[in-house]
Structure formats: structure tokens, C-alpha cells
Write a protein that binds this ligand. Structure first.
Ligand code: GLC
Length: 436
């Protein structure tokens, strides 16, 4: 039934294959991204298990000495604008030949390693888990050591790019609190945004109404510059962060990754360090702090003020994937999902509800449907006992991609594909939804 879609999705992954890693989309994203490669490996395991392993090993190239996994490993040494923006040359502690960004992305690695392992037979599985385990442990230890200094059980991220949801409304709310950086205000005043827009690679792939606004893009660049100036040193950054958020998506994914890490360690016959186990347990218990009872939603929390950032987004559903939502919370979330004035659009799930002032049919993380989010929510619904809803969302996600191609994201009303064409994680996760 899905033969044609499978063939198309395979073709996308082949087209974006660079040997040791897969790029998210040839022209727009020419490097290796952390959570993209995890989703890609989850799909690739059904097609070519060795290539799926290679994809995840490719990520290990960039692991910093302190355990951090960067969100980007640059292709070809990362020459040009990207390198200028991110360059961490002296800081990474990885091989001089490998250039990476200095921030991370949602920790999907343990999930990907686990799922690839499930396709392997006894001896190979054991070898695979033993090979990958030390890197995952070092990464999770880094997250708790560097990003949860008060041991609250919720790791902090310093930039929206670490959440993977670049311009989601809760991040824009954080930017607004800060106000625009003075140089961005100056650009506005001089009316030279058009000049900046000319330099944006993303605008050669999609019209500006589908991407971030100029002010948003520049403010986020300002945030990156700040982190770079601080040498990506967490203890320095915590003294006066540009942005610091206890992100509900990131922490939900981490809690689930911890369960996978425990399963991998068990299968490999390895004991996890005691402090790490304690941090993992605390993380699991603390996720519930991000629940807002009156609205019946989960929100991310501003680390400095301690207040929930009450901009509704699809991240509210991710504690289902973590497996920490109570049955009552889960019921309310499913009602929210089926509410026509909220998340019930012709094509689900919009990444921002209709009721939000931010809701847009086109704009990046402000309304369109993203296949990776659907994949996480489908899993979350199924494990929370909502099989029917999970099946429905799975079927509609596959119809969406089948009708419109492997786009980066989709219009939640018409289903039309937006952003880059031939997007790797859309292809890989369609394969996984069909084959798992
Ligand atoms: C965009 C997305 C991010 C993704 C990257 C590469 O920045 O917001 O989640 O990892 O593109 O596809």
C-alpha cells in the first residue's frame, strides 16, 4: 500500500547520503545535525542496518572531550559563513580536522542506538550496545553536570537552536522579554533588512513568510555570538545567560533517552554510574513541575524567573513520549489534541494551536506540521494507552507525506509541503512509521 512512498523516501535518503552521514537537505542544510541523524538512523535501520550504524558513528566524530554532542558537525571543515558564525576551533577538543558548533540539540541518541540495536541479533547487538554506551553515558553526564547546576532535575538550554524548534513562540516570548539587541534595532531603523535577507541561505529555498522574520533571525544570531564569546563555558554563561530555559521538549526527550540508556546498559551488562542514575531519577520526577493545572498543558520554564512560559505549543504533548504524564494529564492532552479551536486541524499536528496569536499556516515552527514531532507524539500516545489516536495520527502523517512528498514541514490546513524538499528526517520517519 505504501510502496511508492517507500521508494520515494529511500530515494531521498540516497540523494542526501554523504557516505558517513546524511545531510538534512542538500542545499539548505549541508552538514550533519545531531537529532536529524538520530531520526535518520531510526529510518535507515529498516533499509540498511550497517548504514544506520555508520550514521550514528558519524555523530561520535564531533563529541567534545567534556562529553558534549554538538548540534552541527560541519562538512568540508565548515568553511564559509557557517564557520564564521559558530567556529569553536580552540574549544572543541576534538580532532582539528573536525569543526563543530558549540551547542547541543535534543538528546535522541540513546533512542536511536536502542532502536538500531533492536534490529541486530544477539552477538552483534551486544557489540553495538557496548560500542555506543560510553559516548551516551558521557553525553548524559555532561547534560546533568553542566546544565543542571542547582540539581533541580531539569536541564537548561541556552539557545532556541538547542531545542531544535528554532522560532517556536515560547522562544520568541523569551526574546521579547530581552528586547531586540541594539544592532538589530539599528538595522531596522536604517531599513537595511533586505540586505541581510539577501545573505540568508534559507531564503533561497523558501519565501520569508515560511521562515523566521529578519528580527528573529538576527536576535538568535546575537544569542549565538554571546555563547561563542563566553567560550561555550556553562559556568560562565549561567552567571548571566542570554536565554536559559528548562525546555519541556528537551527534558521529555532526555527522560525517554534515560530509559533507553538503562535498557542498553542492562543489555550490555554494564552498571551505570551511581550519580548519573540519581540524576536520571530526579529528572523523571521533576518533569511534572512543568504542568500547568488551570490550562491543562505542559510549558517550558524560564530558569531565571522560575516562571512557566505560557505560550502554548505542540511541546505540551511530549511528556507522553517521556512516559511521565499522569493518566488524568494524558486525558486532558488528548482532549486538547482533538479540539478544533486548538490542535485539531485537517492535517495534524500543527506545531502551534489555532488559538495562539502566533498561529500561521506557513511559518516554520509557528504552525506547520513537522513529521518528527508527529513521530514522537504517536509513540507517546501509544505508550499512554491511546492506541486509536496513535493509529489515526500515524495514518494521517503517512497520507500527508504520501500526497505532498518528503517536505521539511507542511501546511496544517491544505497539507501542502513547505520549506526544503527532499528532507531526510521526513523520509526516514515515514519509512519507520510504515515498517516498525
Ligand atoms: C532547523 C531545525 C532543526 C534542524 C535543522 C536541520 O534548524 O529547526 O530542528 O535540526 O534545521 O534540519
Amino acid at each position: 500500500m505504501y510502496d511508492q512512498l517507500l521508494a520515494e523516501a529511500h530515494a531521498v535518503l540516497r540523494k542526501n547520503d554523504r557516505g558517513q552521514w546524511t545531510v538534512p537537505a542538500g542545499d539548505l542544510y549541508p552538514h550533519q545535525w545531531l537529532w536529524d541523524s538520530c531520526f535518520i538512523a531510526i529510518g535507515l535501520r529498516h533499509v540498511d542496518i550497517e548504514r544506520a550504524k555508520t550514521e550514528l558513528r558519524g555523530l561520535m566524530r564531533g563529541q567534545w572531550r567534556n562529553g558534549m554532542l554538538p548540534n552541527i558537525i560541519f562538512s568540508g571543515g565548515g568553511l564559509g559563513f557557517d564557520r564564521l558564525l559558530w567556529n569553536d576551533a580552540e574549544l572543541a577538543g576534538v580532532s582539528k580536522k573536525i569543526r563543530t558548533s558549540g551547542i547541543t540539540q535534543p538528546p535522541m541518541l540513546a533512542e536511536a542506538v536502542w532502536r538500531v540495536g533492536q534490529k541486530l541479533k544477539d552477538k552483534e547487538q551486544l557489540a553495538w550496545y557496548r560500542e555506543m554506551l560510553p559516548s551516551i553515558i558521557r553525553y548524559h553526564e555532561w547534560l546533568y553536570r553542566e546544565r543542571d547546576p542547582r540539581q533541580e532535575g531539569l536541564v537548561v538550554i541556552f539557545h532556541s537552536y538547542e531545542s531544535g524548534l528554532d522560532n517556536s513562540p515560547y522562544w520568541i516570548a523569551e526574546l521579547k522579554k530581552k528586547g531586540l539587541p541594539s544592532w538589530v534595532k539599528l538595522i531596522d531603523k536604517l531599513h537595511i533588512n533586505w540586505l541581510i535577507n539577501k545573505a540568508r541561505r534559507d531564503l533561497s529555498e523558501a519565501p520569508i513568510k515560511e521562515r523566521m522574520s529578519g528580527d528573529e533571525a538576527l536576535s538568535f544570531i546575537s544569542g549565538l555570538e554571546y555563547l561563542k564569546r563566553k567560550g561555550y563555558d556553562s559556568s560562565e554563561i549561567f552567571k548571566h545567560p542570554y536565554m536559559a530555559v528548562q525546555d519541556v521538549a528537551f527534558n521529555s526527550i532526555l527522560v525517554r533517552a534515560n530509559s533507553r540508556l538503562a535498557q542498553i546498559a542492562k543489555a550490555a551488562g554494564v552498571k551505570l554510574p551511581v550519580e548519573l542514575k540519581a540524576a536520571m531519577a530526579l529528572n523523571r520526577r521533576s518533569l511534572g513541575q512543568l504542568w500547568d493545572e488551570p490550562s491543562g498543558q505542559f510549558y517550558s520554564r524560564d530558569y531565571l524567573s522560575g516562571e512557566l512560559i505560557k505560550e502554548p505549543t505542540v511541546t505540551t504533548f511530549l511528556p507522553l513520549y517521556a512516559g511521565t504524564a499522569t493518566p488524568e494529564q494524558a486525558k486532558r492532552l488528548v482532549r486538547l489534541m482533538n479540539n478544533p479551536s486548538q490542535y485539531k486541524t485537517k492535517w495534524q499536528l500543527p506545531c502551534v494551536p489555532r488559538s495562539s496569536d502566533y498561529f500561521s499556516h506557513f511559518r516554520y515552527w509557528q504552525g506547520p506540521v513537522w513529521l518528527n514531532i508527529n513521530w514522537l507524539v504517536i509513540d507517546g500516545l501509544a505508550r499512554s494507552g491511546f492506541d486509536e489516536e496513535a493509529q489515526r495520527l500515524k495514518k494521517s502523517s503517512l497520507a500527508l507525506v504520501g500526497n505532498n512528498g518528503c517536505s521539511e514541514y507542511f501546511n496544517p490546513i491544505t497539507g501542502v509541503g513547505l520549506g526544503a524538499d527532499n528532507f531526510s528526517w521526513t523520509a526516514a520517519l515515514a519509512i519507520d512509521l510504515i515498517s516498525a
